[in-house]
Design a protein around this ligand. Structure first.
Ligand code: GLN
Ligand code: ZN
Length: 769
């Protein structure tokens, strides 16, 4: 490679880093503060120390430009709302009394006021707090946090680049404040917001920022011409400012598409682009706009949201191509490393042969530094890293774990018939009616019953060796007996065993399937102080033995009523895990589906007449661009049917999803061909029932009549009113009566009272038929 000046200048950078610290120090400090055990000063100290050690780590690892402002006590979108002064009316008093308490009031609510709504950050499992805006919103600049963090990093002698949520994305993520017309478009506030960003940029420049990154991930989604126009205006205006740092506009989670020409032409000094997802088309698009002459390109070549080692040679080749397309090419991850755990070397229980395939934030940082060095000095400067990387990749692709011949040949033999029930729905419905003998408006629950402290303690005791397996199983059986006895007494028609043996609806299955890994320390922020440890789909998936049959059979043995078997579906298993990047998602889904299919068939063979396969993640995994929806829905619905189509016509397949708005996937829900679906509906007053009816959904459905998200007990009348509403859309022969979702987060007293009222409501409405 001839050493071009651009290459010689290549720099390594990242857009953000895990916030919690190696031992979840931030979580502990924040929760301690909430409980009054940690003072505000101690919390601030912990946070400052974590920031310092992160920056120092990054610098030591060879990152030339560290990010600032990505740190957060709770959420970076909430931080942006504070930065632009978009504090909802109901939180003003709290914020004015004490900024930190007011901040947490917006995040979590108080006795008297509701928090901001929370929703998924694009197609990740991170959740942000949704800004609430209206025509009366007045923005005011508050750059204190941004300036303070930049100042801290500079004081360490580091080159730092503040990373902020960009103004267009901020507005596109917002929703109309309560009381504001639902069709109000926050984007109409752009002209009011830009001067505030201008002020923040001026403050950051004064504090020593040479560069600032404004993230616009909303531009990788389908955008209307008006929205693209807004982006044009935003960056024309910000670009025209005289008192500002140089600007990089960041994008990630996909290709920019129509937004690329907009940003390429904008008077900003740099773009950060994702070259991991849809890399080929991003490259083509970039060439088509004539590259980025005169601009800095930050190339996200290391995947910032999976946990696999990078293919360094492939990345170097992408970077080499990019050198011809921009003035200066820097190396980064595709997005903030917030979405991956901190350090793979902390995983002592993972076989070292597999652990070498893993790259968490620390390892990705090293890859980025290596790539920047290779780009600047030529591959001769990184021969050792390249050969270790090559060996790691080879070990992965040649491993028996990633290529199990039995799994492979089984997947290859799948036929269309395997993913279709042998009988049409009307025949199945008749057979199931005979077998199950249920009343009209049958009552059921979604699966889990309260996960009591005793259950959690028993699990912890088992792990710590304080309780042996038989002692633990005895406790689980006791719990199942209680759950069954209550349901019988309450008069519920289709019972559940209550899922007391499950720590989590995905992890429980991941732990029992071959090819699936659990991590010890792989914590990733889900929201605020909630961190999860997603399991890793590492290899070909198989089921060494039945996973749930004994518990369901035990429950079955205690009652004459039907007990539903309870499984997590293949799409949800993928959505809440780290997935393989060495084969299409659909292939992984089919492997998981075949393992679950065996479980479904075994449940049936053990005498289970109804089996529920939960797919709460079906909609949240929908790709960001509409053009990619059909391919996704195709493998998603196929893998569900593959899971459920091996049963007799008189075995009733249920599914469950917990969201109230699904207009855009109602066809996909129909394509699942489940006999019964339960959905969240209580808060939206049965909106889903109407949507199903409009679509002509032909099968049975249970729109929830009990909102399980709060400890509130719905009265019999309330539940009956919702049920009557449901009957306006769905005929009595096809309507079920159930709560919105599982009861694991509820306490026993409210669960009992609520379910008793639910049964009473069903009886009352049955009498009116
Ligand atoms: N069966 C699961 C439960 O009841 C479903 C959970 C979910 O939908 N998220 O807990
Ligand atoms: Zn649910």
């Amino acid at each position: 490679m001839t050493a071009k000046p651009a290459a010689a200048a290549a720099r390594a950078t990242v857009y953000g880093y895990p916030r919690q610290g190696p031992n979840r120090e931030l979580k502990k400090a924040v929760e301690g503060y909430w409980k009054g055990r940690v003072t505000a000063d101690a919390l601030r100290d912990t946070a400052a120390q974590l920031r310092r050690s992160t920056w120092q780590h990054l610098a030591d690892a060879g990152i030339h430009e560290v990010p600032t402002g990505d740190f957060s006590y709770y959420d970076h979108v909430l931080d942006t709302s504070v930065m632009v002064g978009a504090v909802p009316q109901r939180h003003r008093e709290a914020v004015e009394t004490d900024a930190l308490d007011g901040y947490f009031a917006m995040a979590r609510g108080t006795q008297d006021v509701a928090p901001l709504e929370m929703t998924k950050w694009f197609d990740t499992n991170y959740h942000y707090l949704v800004p609430e805006l209206g025509p009366d919103t007045v923005f005011t600049a508050d750059s204190a946090k941004q300036v303070a963090e930049l100042t801290e990093a500079i004081a360490l002698g580091l080159v730092a680049r503040p990373v902020l949520v960009g103004p267009v994305t901020y507005l596109l993520l917002a929703k109309p404040a309560p009381g504001v017309a639902a069709d109000f478009e926050p984007l109409t506030l752009l002209d009011r917001l830009l001067p505030v960003y201008a002020e923040v940029l001026a403050d950051l420049r004064a504090a020593g920022a040479e560069w600032v990154q404004l993230d616009e991930p909303a531009l990788v989604q389908d955008r209307t011409p008006a929205e693209l126009n807004a982006a044009t205006r935003a960056y024309r205006d910000l670009g025209a400012l005289t008192d500002r740092p140089q600007l990089v506009v960041g994008s990630y989670f996909g290709r920019l598409g129509d937004a690329l020409p907009v940003l390429a032409k904008a008077p900003v000094e740099g773009l950060a682009l994702d070259f991991t997802e849809a890399a080929a088309s991003q490259l083509e698009d970039l060439a088509a706009v004539g590259g980025l002459p005169g601009k800095r390109l930050v190339a996200g070549v290391v995947n910032g949201r999976n946990i696999w080692i990078n293919d360094l040679e492939k990345s170097l080749s992408t970077l080499g191509t990019l050198l011809g397309l921009a003035d200066r090419v820097d190396v980064s991850a595709s997005c903030s490393l917030l979405h991956v755990p901190l350090d793979a070397t902390a995983e002592r229980d993972i076989d070292p042969q597999i652990a070498r395939w893993l790259a968490f934030a620390h390892q990705k940082t090293a890859e980025i530094a290596t790539l920047a060095r290779g780009l600047a000095q030529g591959t001769g400067a990184i021969t050792a890293e390249l050969s270790a990387n090559r060996a790691g990749l080879a070990s992965r692709s040649g491993s028996a774990l990633t290529h199990d011949p039995a799994v492979r040949s089984r997947v290859a033999a799948i036929t269309g018939a395997d993913a279709r029930r042998a009988h049409a729905y009307p025949e199945r419905a008749a057979a199931q009616r005979t077998r199950l003998g249920l009343p009209q408006l049958p009552t059921t629950t979604i699966g889990s019953f309260p996960q009591t402290t005793e259950l959690r303690t028993a699990r912890a005791d088992l792990r710590a060796g304080r309780l042996d397996t038989s002692g633990y199983e005895e406790r689980i059986k006791n719990e199942i007996r209680e759950v069954l006895a209550f349901q019988e007494k309450a008069g519920i028609d289709v019972l559940v065993h209550g899922e007391p043996e499950r720590n989590d609806m995905v992890q429980y299955f991941a732990e029992q399937l071959t090819g699936y890994l659990a991590t010890q320390h792989g914590w990733v922020q889900s929201y605020g102080t909630r961190y999860v440890r997603p399991p890793v789909l590492a290899g070909d998936i198989s089921r060494p033995e039945p996973m749930t049959v004994r518990w369901t059979s035990y429950a079955n043995s205690l009652t004459d009523r039907p007990v539903k078997g309870m499984l997590t579906g293949p799409v949800t298993m993928l959505a809440w895990s780290f997935v393989r990047d060495d084969q299409p998602l659909g292939d992984t889904a089919r492997q998981v589906a075949l393992a679950l299919r065996d479980e479904v068939n075994d449940l049936e063979a053990a005498g289970t007449s109804a089996i529920q396969v939960d797919e709460p993640a079906l909609r949240e995994t929908l790709p960001l661009r509409a053009a990619d929806h059909p391919a996704y829905l195709d493998w998603a619905t196929e893998s569900f049917r593959l899971t459920t189509s091996g049963v007799r016509p008189d075995t009733q397949i249920h599914t469950h999803m917990c969201y109230a708005e699904f207009g855009d996937i109602v066809q996909a829900i129909d394509d699942l061909d489940a006999d019964v679906i339960s959905l969240e509906a209580a808060r939206s007053h049965m909106q889903v029932a109407r949507e199903l009816a409009e679509h002509g959904y032909p099968r049975e459905a249970g729109p929830g009549v009990y909102d399980i998200h709060s400890p509130r007990v719905p009265s019999t009348e309330e539940a009956a009113t919702l049920l009557r509403k449901g009957l306006e859309a769905i005929p009595a022969e096809r309507l079920w009566v159930n709560p919105d979702c599982g009861l694991k987060t509820r306490g026993w007293p409210e669960t009992k009272a609520s379910l008793e009222n639910l049964v009473a409501a069903a009886r009352e409405v049955r009498a009116e038929l």
